[in-house]
Design a protein around this ligand. Structure first.
Ligand code: GLU
Length: 479
C-alpha cells in the first residue's frame, strides 16, 4: 500500500528536536511504500504565529534531506498547504455538519462558560460542555464559534504504536470546530485536511491520543474512513520524567547544524530515538532507514534525549565520511568551521590538517579550537610545561637539555615525513632514556602549546621542518 503521510508543524517558533522526529517517521513510511509525503503548515493559531518559523521548518527539512512531494514551495494537487489559506474549505465542511444537525453555532458568552466550569468544579464533577449545550442554537453569524454536537458513546480503535484502545462516553464532548475569529481549531482542521489530501497514516505525538475519540466521532459524522493512527512516544528530557522542553538544554536543529553536527548524524540519531529494528546496528544512512524502518518497532515508552549520544554518533559519521568518501569530501563539509587564521593557508594544507585530526572531532566546530596552532605560532607558555603532570619532576636544565637533543635529532632527518620522524623519535627515546610520556609531552607542548594534538610524528610532518624546528627553538630559548 502506498502510504500518504504528512508532517504538519505549527509555525510557532524554532524547530525543536521533538518536532523533527515527527517529520522523519512519516517521511520514511512514505518513501518505503513509494507513497507521498505532504508538508502542511498549521498556522491557524494566530496568537502563537511566529514570523519566519515556516522558512525555518523548510530549511531544516531540506538540510536533513527530508524532501516532500506536496506542500509549500513546490505546490501540489491538494493545496493550498497553509491552513490559513483554506478557510473556505473548512467553512464548506462545517456547513455539512450544521445542515445535518451534527454541529451548532454557539451564542453562549465566554463568561457564561466560565460559570458552568466553576459550577462543575464546586460539585466535583467533570466539566462536559455537552451538558450545557444551548437548546435552540441560532443561525451562525460571524463571531460565533461552531461546536460539534457529540454523542456520548464508547470507542475502540487500534493505535499502530500503542495498541488496542478503548474509551467510554465521558471523553466525548462538543469540541469547538470553528473559533470566534473564524479560524478552525486544530481538532477540526486536521480532519478536513487529512481527508482532502488523502492521508492514509496520521503520525503525530502521543499528546493527541486522548483527543482521538473526538476525532473518531468526527470521522464518523463525515462518513470518513479512519486513517492508520500512529502515536509517537514523547522524547524525554535528559533527567526526570518529563517531556523534553526548550529549557532542557536541547538546542534547535539549526543550532546543532551551526555547531557542525552533520545532517546524516542528526537524522540517524533522531530516527533511532524511540525506534530500533531489533538488531545491534546503530549507524544508519537515510537509505538504510527507509529500508529498515517499521512502525511496529516504534517503542511505546518515551525515549530519553541524550546529547552525548548524538555527539558520539556525529563523530562516527565524520569518520565514516572520511573513510568512505575521502578527505576532500569531509573537507567540503567543514567550510566555515576553521579558525580565522586558516584562511592564510591553501586547501591542500587544510586537508592535511583535517586528515590527522578528523577522528578526534565530535562536531566540526571543534576545528576552531583544535587546529589553531597549525595556522599560527602559539605563544610560548613555560608554565604549561612546568605544570604538566609528566614534566613537573624535571628540572629546567633537564628540559632544556631534552629540547636541545630533540632539535639536533630532528634537524638530522633528511627526508621530513611521518615515517622518518617516527624513527627519529624512537631513537631519541632510546638515546635520552626518557619515558615516552615525558619526552613526547614536552615536544608536543613545545610545538603546539595546546592541551591536545594528534600523533606527534603526524603533527610534525604537517607543520613541516621549518616551523617545527623554529617552535622547538623558541621553547628552548624561553626555558
Ligand atoms: N500542528 C500540530 C503540531 O504542531 C500537528 C499535529 C499533527 O501532526 O497532526 O503539533
Amino acid at each position: 500500500m502506498k502510504a500518504i503521510t504528512r508532517f504538519a508543524p505549527s509555525p510557532t517558533g524554532y524547530i525543536h528536536i521533538g518536532n523533527v522526529r515527527s517529520a522523519i517517521y512519516p517521511y520514511l513510511v512514505a518513501r518505503q511504500t513509494d507513497g507521498k509525503m505532504i508538508l502542511r503548515i498549521e498556522d491557524t493559531d494566530r496568537e502563537r504565529y511566529v514570523e519566519g518559523a515556516t522558512e525555518l521548518i523548510e530549511d531544516t527539512l531540506k538540510w536533513l534531506g527530508l524532501d516532500w512531494d506536496e506542500g509549500p514551495i513546490i505546490g501540489g494537487d491538494n493545496g493550498p498547504y497553509f491552513q490559513s489559506e483554506r478557510l473556505e474549505i473548512y467553512h464548506a465542511w462545517v456547513k455539512k455538519l450544521l445542515d445535518s444537525g451534527r454541529a451548532y453555532a454557539d451564542p453562549t458568552p465566554a463568561e457564561k462558560i466560565d460559570e458552568y466550569r466553576r459550577e462543575c468544579t464546586e460539585k466535583k464533577i467533570p466539566f462536559l460542555y455537552r451538558n450545557f449545550r444551548p437548546e435552540n442554537p441560532p443561525e451562525w453569524e460571524p463571531g460565533m464559534p461552531i461546536r460539534f454536537k457529540s454523542e456520548p458513546k464508547e470507542y475502540s480503535w487500534t493505535d499502530a504504536v500503542m495498541g488496542e484502545m478503548h474509551t467510554g462516553p465521558e471523553v466525548l464532548d462538543d469540541i469547538i470546530l470553528i473559533k470566534r475569529d473564524g479560524y478552525p481549531t486544530y481538532n477540526f482542521a486536521h480532519i478536513v485536511d487529512d481527508a482532502e489530501m488523502g492521508v492514509t497514516h496520521v503520525m503525530r505525538g502521543v499528546e493527541y491520543l486522548s483527543s482521538t475519540p473526538n476525532y473518531l466521532a468526527l470521522y464518523e459524522a463525515f462518513g470518513l474512513e479512519r486513517p492508520v493512527l500512529v502515536s509517537l512516544p514523547h522524547i524525554l528530557a535528559p533527567t526526570g520524567n518529563k517531556k523534553l522542553g526548550k529549557r532542557d538544554g536541547a538546542k534547535s536543529v539549526t543550532e546543532y547544524r551551526d555547531d557542525g553536527v552533520l545532517a546524516e548524524a542528526m537524522l540517524n540519531y533522531l530516527a533511532c530515538l524511540g525506534w530500533n529494528d531489533g538488531t545491534e546496528q546503530e549507524i544508519y544512512t537515510k537509505e538504510e532507514l527507509v529500508k529498515h524502518f517499521s512502525i511496529d518497532k516504534i517503542q511505546t515508552s518515551g525515549a530519553r534525549y541524550d546529547e552525548t549520544k548524538l555527539l558520539w554518533m556525529n563523530g562516527q559519521w565524520i569518520r565514516r565520511i572520511f573513510d568512505e568518501q575521502g578527505a576532500r569530501a569531509l573537507y567540503d563539509r567543514t567550510v566555515g568551521f576553521w579558525p580565522e587564521s586558516a584562511e592564510n593557508y591553501d586547501e591542500e594544507y587544510r586537508i592535511k590538517v583535517l586528515s590527522i585530526i578528523y577522528d578526534r572531532l565530535k562536531v566540526l566546530s571543534d576545528l576552531r579550537e583544535m587546529t589553531t596552532y597549525f595556522f599560527e605560532d602559539p605563544e610560548v607558555n613555560v608554565s604549561m610545561i612546568a605544570e604538566n603532570k609528566f614534566l613537573k619532576k624535571l628540572s629546567e636544565a633537564e628540559i632544556e637539555d631534552l629540547l636541545k637533543k630533540t632539535i639536533t635529532k630532528l634537524s638530522g632527518v633528511t627526508e621530513w615525513n611521518a615515517d622518518n620522524l617516527q624513527i627519529a623519535l624512537n631513537e631519541l627515546l632510546e638515546e635520552t632514556e626518557r619515558k615516552p610520556a615525558e619526552l613526547f609531552s614536552l615536544i608536543r607542548l613545545s610545538i603546539s602549546f595546546a592541551p591536545f594534538s594528534p600523533a606527534l610524528n603526524l603533527t610534525l610532518d604537517v607543520l613541516g621542518r621549518e616551523v617545527s624546528l623554529a617552535r622547538l627553538n623558541a621553547a628552548a630559548r624561553s626555558i
